[in-house]
Structure formats: structure tokens, C-alpha cells
Design a protein around this ligand. Sequence first.
Ligand code: FMN
Length: 303
Amino acid sequence: MNAPNATQLKELVRYATLAPSSHNTQCWRFHLEERAITILPDLSRRCPVVDPDNHHLYVSLGCAAENLLQAAKAHGLSGQMIFDAAGDGAVRITLAPAQAEVTPLFKAISHRQCTRAEYDGQPLKPEELDLLTAMGTGAGVRVVMLTQPAEIERVLDYVIRGNTAQINNSAFVKELKLWIRFNDSEARRKGDGIWSRTSGNPSIPRWLGNVLLPLILRSQPENEKCARQLRSSAGVAIFVSDDDDKTHWVEVGRCYERFALQATALGICNAFLNQPMESIQVFGRSNQFCRGCPQTFSKAGLK
Ligand SMILES: Cc1cc2nc3c(=O)[nH]c(=O)nc-3n(C[C@H](O)[C@H](O)[C@H](O)COP(=O)(O)O)c2cc1C
């Protein structure tokens, strides 16, 4: 049995790094062996304010692992994933030769993106909801799909409360600034973070961005924007785990990533609205909002 060569392993890592990560921190490191790749957390990229217990960081590792497993299959390798929770935790994927299978999920990896915008308000078909539910389900993780306007309004209430708490928290704004890439040259140089141009803003020097952000970021207009985005979506998917630990956070990431790749394959956009989960200090570990990621989703036709 031939082991994958270094070029193949690096290609799998490239696909893994196309995964989403909270604030686009790309909070992962990769250790390559002859027949295995280990994904390790890069704790120097953690966000202590928005993610004090690192659960988003481990969800992001799970997203990267799912991409890597889908890419391995497409490259004629079967991957087995084990999460070792000892210490900071490590996602180890062993690779063995197998029949190559190019799945719709693999094909979607380079097209997937978070689309935080107003949607077209169209409902999804029952078979699309079923497929997304199946993809978003895993070991000790399920996805709750809310499609009724009254359910969406309830979620909106939590999002608005979380959003207001965050925007009025100067530590949140300070941390956000660190990860915003205010101009093209810093976006290119750093290769991470949230590029402000993707939300329709002009490229400006960092000193100006630092001054303007606290003046522009106001809870009322942001809440109104969230309300328009949520109310125009086909629904909200909430990823819920049986337990609140690293193993389950990684599994939530894998489930979300399959959901997002499947959505992309169907031409359905989605974006995170995690403010209630990030404002744990406001809500406590609520039963109504269990651990996981609230997502809005809708058919591709954006307004
Ligand atoms: C665990 C996790 C939490 C996230 N939370 C939010 C969020 O609350 N709001 C938001 O707009 N985007 C959120 N994102 C999306 C990231 O900002 C996004 O994935 C990143 O900027 C890369 O962009 P892309 O997914 O379009 O490639 C989250 C992503 C992950 C993986």
C-alpha cells in the first residue's frame, strides 16, 4: 500500500484551510506524517472576549477536519478521525488508500462561503430541509431546524440581546478591531481575519479604521440589519450537542461544515448569527440556546 506523498498531504491541508473559522482566525496548525495528518489548535489565535472557553476555536477545527476528510476521499484516500482530548486536544486523521470518490460536498469546498445578507425570503423544499438535517447530524450532535416565523422571531430576540451586549462591550470592539483587515494590503499580508471590503466597506488605513469602527458600530442599526437578515431567511438551524466539551465542539464543527457544503451544493446561502452563544455571560448556559451555532439559511437569490 502506497502512502500519500508530501504534495498530496499538502493539498489536503489546503482544502482544510478553506474551512470557516470564528473571526477567520484560522486557529489551526497541521502536523504531517507518512499516513496521517494531525490538526492542532493554535491557541495564539484564540479570541478570549468573544470565545472565552474556546468552543468556537474547536468548532473551527472540526470544520477543517471535515473538509480534509472530504478531500481525502476525492484523492483516493480513506480518512479515519480520532479526537484526542488530552491536553489542548488534537484531531488526528489517519489515511489509507481507497477508491477515489468525488462527492458533491467535496466539489462545494472551494465555493462555500458565509453570506451574511438579506435573503430572498423563499422557503426551502422539504427534501432540501431533510438533506440539510441529515448532513448536520453526527455523534452526539443534532440540528434543530426552525422555519416558522414565530420561532425565527424568538431567535431574533436572543440575537438582538446578544448583539446589543457585544457592541456595548468595549473589550469586544477592541478584539474585533484586531481581526478586521481594514485595507487590501493588510488583508493580503496577513491572509486571515475579516476583510472589511467583503461587507461593502472601502479600503482605509488601519489608524482610520481604529478611529471609525467604534463610531460606526452601533447596536440599533446592527440589530435592524440582523432583523432584516433573519426575517428574510428560510429558517434558522441550531446545532445542539449532548455535552459541552472539546470532543462535542469538534463534532459540531464537522456537522456544520457538512451542512454548509450541502447547502452550497444546493445553491443555498447561510451565515452564522452566534451573538447569543458568544454572550454567555448575559444568558448563562441556557437550555433554550444549547451549545452550538445558530445559522440562518436561504435559497441563493439574494436581494
Ligand atoms: C465557530 C464559528 C463561529 C462564527 N461566528 C460568526 C458570527 O457570530 N457572525 C458572523 O458573521 N460570522 C461568524 N463566523 C463566520 C466567520 O467569520 C467566517 O467563517 C470567516 O470570516 C471566513 O469566511 P468564509 O466562511 O466566508 O470563508 C463564524 C465561523 C465559525 C467557524
